[in-house]
Design a protein around this ligand. Structure first.
Ligand SMILES: Nc1nc2c(c(=O)[nH]1)N[C@H]1C(S)=C(S)[C@@H](COP(=O)(O)O)O[C@H]1N2
Ligand SMILES: [Mo]
Length: 394
């Protein structure tokens, strides 16, 4: 692992600023590039991204803009296996996906899918481990801060249209199980490495799409082109890239990434199928600007907020570490239940140091939590206290 474990950083700062600086600095020690951008995303903006490893690239906290949609140039990358080669996207319409668990199962090309209908959905794409770096316990995996998340516009065919065109679901199908199209390394049991995820069938039939377009362009190879499953409201891992099979199944997949991976459990406990899977996302927000310094007077505090599985209701901002909160203004068009919303609060600030953070509420009235309890793999971080930043007004 190339990233610096949190504990080491704690030791490094002990006696100077201490642990509070650790939780509030927008740019801790592990938020540095570990190398050049990987080849598959060498077109991204190096100044707006943090390269953790060859497989993991994070968006800089301050690189999220105020227009609500994340540019592909700054969008994070998370690969479990190398992306397919460039020739995979040479003839996108000829890519085939096998549809199973329907009454008339068959392989269908992207070109044919385009004639079954189209919808566009704005969704937050967020890695389960986004915010892992804010946990206090040692966790393996990339120490993501806020930047393993983006908000994208996806166009493709609703899963429901595909099911209807192929005669409807077979009886007793509880899950939609999608398989990634990477070439698997040889000599290893495929079940140990394949990216194959199951999601509840009702949610999939109601909301999922098979997408060929992202933000008005063919889905980039790194982000799942020619065809990607989009499960709005669900964590990134369920959004299977370069999908080669969509199977409606009675049981969840027995691939390791489903059976034992992406399971929320107490620290020190192994993953098991009876633990919660990383499916529905939680209500969350964070400040994106300012992150360190601001001028005296009117300061525009920016950030992004989303409800996750539910729609967003509102977001508040605090400049005193959570003692007092003010309602922020949501910016731009409402792009629907699964989209994030940029927000802004105009604050009058005298010289001094301010602990700035935000707290979102979803449409069900659930308020973003103050602290996220530790879990073994460091998933699901949303606590507003550690997401705060110390801003010095000069
Ligand atoms: N086929 C395939 N799909 C995948 C992955 C992968 O490695 N292979 N990674 C998953 C994970 S863990 C996340 S967080 C998102 C990342 O999407 P992105 O790289 O487009 O940002 O894709 C998911 N889908
Ligand atoms: Mo992820």
């Amino acid at each position: 692992m190339l990233t610096i474990p949190r504990r080491h950083f704690l030791v490094a700062v002990a006696g100077t600023a201490g642990a509070s600086a650790l939780s509030r600095s927008a740019n801790p020690a592990w938020a540095q590039d570990e190398g050049p951008l990987p080849e598959v995303v060498d077109w991204k903006d190096p100044d707006s991204t943090i390269v953790h490893t060859e497989f993991t690239v994070e968006t800089e906290r301050g690189a999220i803009g105020t227009s609500g949609i994340t540019s592909k140039d700054v969008l994070y990358l998370r690969n479990n296996l190398p992306s397919p080669d460039e020739d995979r996207v040479a003839d996108r319409d000829s890519w085939e996906v096998s549809i199973e668990g329907v009454r008339e199962p068959r392989s269908i090309t992207v070109g044919e899918l385009k004639d079954l209908g189209v919808e566009t959905v704005a969704t937050v794409l967020q890695c389960s481990g986004n915010g892992r770096g804010f946990f206090d316990h040692d966790t393996s995996g990339s120490q993501w801060l806020t930047g393993a998340a983006g908000n994208l516009l996806w166009s493709g065919v609703p899963v429901r249209n595909v099911v209807d065109a192929l005669g409807g679901l077979e009886d007793g199908r509880n899950f939609m199980t999608s398989t990634g199209g990477e070439t698997l390394p040889e000599g290893i049991d495929a079940k140990q490495v394949v990216v194959e995820r199951s999601v509840p069938v009702d949610h999939a039939v109601e909301h999922a799409i098979l997408a060929w377009e992202m933000n008005g362009e063919p889905v980039p190879r790194a982000h799942g082109g020619p065809l990607r499953v989009i499960v709005p409201g669900y964590y990134g891992i369920n959004n299977v890239k370069y999908v080669k099979r969509v199977s409606f199944t009675e049981e969840e997949s027995d691939a390791a990434i489903m059976r034992t991976g992406y399971r929320v459990r107490p620290v020190g406990v192994d993953g098991a199928p009876d633990q919660p899977s990383m499916w529905e996302m939680k209500v969350k927000s964070w400040v994106t600007r300012p992150l360190a310094e601001a001028g005296t007077g009117r300061v525009q505090i920016h950030g992004v907020a989303f409800g996750g599985f539910n729609a967003l209701d509102s977001v508040e901002v605090s400049t005193d570490g959570g003692d007092n909160w003010q309602q922020a203004r949501l910016l731009g068009p409402d792009l629907g239940r699964f989209s994030w919303r940029p927000f802004v609060l105009s604050a009058e600030l005298e010289p001094g140091t301010y602990t700035v953070t935000s707290r979102a509420t979803d449409a069900e009235g659930t308020v973003q939590e103050e602290v996220t309890a530790p879990n073994h793999r460091g998933y699901d971080y949303s606590g507003w206290r550690a997401l705060a930043v110390d801003v010095t007004v000069v």
